[in-house]
Design a protein around this ligand. Structure first.
Ligand SMILES: *[C@@H]1O[C@H](CO)[C@@H](O)[C@H](O)[C@H]1NC(C)=O
Length: 185
């Protein structure tokens, strides 16, 4: 993949550098996250995904939303509303904490990972891993309590997209809250 002419040592250095990035450069706040504070309604202002067809066509895009609730020990109940090509769709899933890791999952429902990469409780970047029938995808979601982005939150989101090589699939959603508000608590 374009590395054929590089000396092997340089290739190894590149692989190590890329491989080390997510751990070294991504924040790890989710380890001591206050889930009660994180709970509640969030707009989804931007999304980046490596899955084709995750987003509907340009003219039917709208803000998404999530409602996160602590649901017993080590469990989260997450409702997601998202504009898809079939229209606004909402899904509810109960996720369980993966042992000591700061990741919540429910593989039977197709959620392999839900992880908060960074948050100040007003904005957040969430890493969502989906997998079903052997097909895997990852998405980064920019969560916000407000319906508009701020420069620092967008900057943080784009930085993480770059580390994950998802910049090409990054989209800021138009400020139409009609789908998001279908799951207002
Ligand atoms: C965004 O939120 C503000 C109040 O927080 C509201 O006045 C405005 O109408 C909202 N905009 C949209 C497009 O929903």
């Amino acid at each position: 993949m374009g590395l054929g002419r590089l000396p092997p040592v340089l290739v190894l250095a590149l692989v190590l550098a890329v491989g080390a990035q997510p751990q070294d450069q991504l924040p790890r706040e989710s380890h001591n996250l206050n889930w009660n504070k994180f709970s509640g309604f969030w707009y989804i202002l931007a999304i980046a995904s490596d899955a084709r067809g995750f987003l509907p066509g340009r003219d039917t895009r709208k803000l998404g939303a999530a409602v996160v609730r602590v649901h017993g020990v080590g469990q989260l109940r997450v409702v997601l509303a998202f504009p898809r090509s079939q229209g606004c769709q909402s899904h509810t899933v109960v996720l369980r904490k993966d042992g000591k890791k700061a990741v919540f999952r429910n593989p039977l429902k197709g959620v392999e990972g839900f992880r908060v990469l960074t948050t100040d409780y007003s904005n957040a970047v969430v890493d969502l891993r989906l997998g079903r029938a052997g097909r895997h995808s990852q998405a980064l979601l920019l969560f916000s309590r407000q319906n508009g982005t701020t420069f620092p939150s967008m900057r943080r989101f784009m930085d993480i997209c770059e580390v994950r090589e998802l910049t090409a699939g990054a989209t800021v959603l138009p400020k139409d809250a009609s789908c998001a508000h279908t799951i207002l608590p």
